[in-house]
Design a protein around this ligand. Structure first.
Ligand SMILES: *Cc1c(COP(=O)(O)O)cnc(C)c1O
Ligand code: SF4
Length: 355
């Protein structure tokens, strides 16, 4: 594996920068520029250093390097695949489920994932939620006592300064009915040095339980620096949970998924959601069938610790919400007196109750 640039430095935010760093062959410049004109590009130094440019199937490159396949949008693909807009009462808030709401603090991310479900909404520039807009969003949360949990997302809220994050945390702390604060982020993995001890502390919401959902998709993303960042977050008292997307060509095989889930658990991150990919524009090359996904999740159940089991989740296209779509181990039973047939991890069937 080659180290393309020294640690530190700026993210690669253009096709030219990717070519210069040796991550993209110059002959591909024009084809990739057409993609970059349509969807934002950014690769952090930490992720650039992980890419093996000699491997055309490199799972890290596949997540971040633009691909001409993105320019093909299928009829079932949507700009707003999970129907957030219909549930947005004020700018920056999505309130679809009664007891919890999203607070979208910023549109930008440290990296731009080629499979992102919000890819039409995220990108550099765009306004962060500040001033009167932030006031209005917080007033909405304060005015809805049924909201028990607030989920900070975007974009990636951890690109904000410690000062801004501390301010949001302090203002959430003042809303009595909010008991849980959850941050969704890819920063600890893709830009781990941002997570200093001070920053980890800034993310704490005084008096509330704080959860951080860590987005990672491949075991190689757990560099020594990323593991150290996760440790700083856990040591600061946050509960860490995982979030991954099941992606063809990145992690859609038993060995990779197993190593990914173990990497989370070894770093005190409890596997939470494994998302079936959404119908975001230009993402067909990443998708697999629900049946393939279920078979993979079933084999995890067969040979990994219970701690390593994520919930396989589908966000129903159009806005009906999330549902678990994991494999079923129960089926109905024809045998008189038996309630069900249960399948064990070897594929053998057992009547329940036993006969
Ligand atoms: C995904 C999502 C949540 C969080 O759902 P959980 O199942 O609690 O993780 C909340 N609100 C919206 C609008 C969402 O899309
Ligand atoms: S970090 Fe999240 S929001 Fe940002 S591009 Fe990746 S998947 Fe999308």
């Amino acid at each position: 594996m080659t180290l393309h640039q020294p640690p530190g430095g700026q993210p690669l935010r253009s096709v030219d920068a990717l070519v210069e760093a040796g991550l993209v062959a110059p002959v591909r410049r024009e084809a990739l520029q057409a993609v970059a004109d349509r969807y934002a590009v950014s690769v952090t130094p930490a992720m650039a250093a992980l890419i093996d440019a000699t491997d055309p199937a490199d799972p890290i490159a596949r997540q971040f390097i633009p691909d001409p396949a993105e320019l093909v949008t299928l009829p079932q693909e949507r700009a707003d695949p999970i129907g957030d807009e219909a549930h947005s009462p004020v700018e920056g808030v999505v309130h679809r489920y009664r007891d919890r709401a999203l607070l979208k603090l910023v549109h930008a991310c440290p990296v731009y994932c080629r499979f992102c479900f919000r890819r039409e909404m995220v990108g550099p520039g765009g306004d962060a939620l500040t001033g009167e807009k932030l006031d209005a969003a917080l007033a909405y949360l304060a005015g809805h006592p049924e909201i028990w949990e607030v989920i900070m997302t975007g974009g990636d809220p951890l690109i904000l300064s410690a000062r801004r994050v501390r301010e949001v945390a302090r203002r959430l702390a003042a809303i009595p009915h909010i008991k849980v604060a959850r941050w969704h982020t890819r920063v600890p993995i893709v830009d781990p040095d941002r997570i200093t001890v001070d920053y980890a502390q800034a993310l704490r919401v005084p008096g509330k339980a704080s959860y951080i959902a860590i987005h990672a998709n491949h075991p190689r993303e757990f560099t020594a620096d990323a593991c150290a960042a996760l440790a700083r977050l856990a040591d600061a008292g946050h509960v860490l949970i995982s979030q991954s997307v099941l992606l063809r060509g990145v992690n859609a095989d038993v060995a990779t998924l197993s190593a990914l889930m173990r990497a989370f658990v070894e770093n005190r991150v409890k596997p939470y959601y494994l998302h079936h990919p959404d119908f975001a524009p230009g993402t067909a090359s990443f998708r697999l069938s629900l049946e393939e996904g279920q078979a993979l999740v079933k084999s995890l159940r067969g040979h990994l610790s219970g701690l390593c089991q994520p919930t396989y989740i589908l966000d129903i296209p159009g806005g009906a919400g999330k549902v678990p779509v994991g494999p079923a181990f129960l089926s109905s039973c024809e045998v008189p007196g038996a309630e069900a047939v249960v399948e064990d991890r070897f594929g053998s069937h057992h009547n329940y109750p036993p006969d």
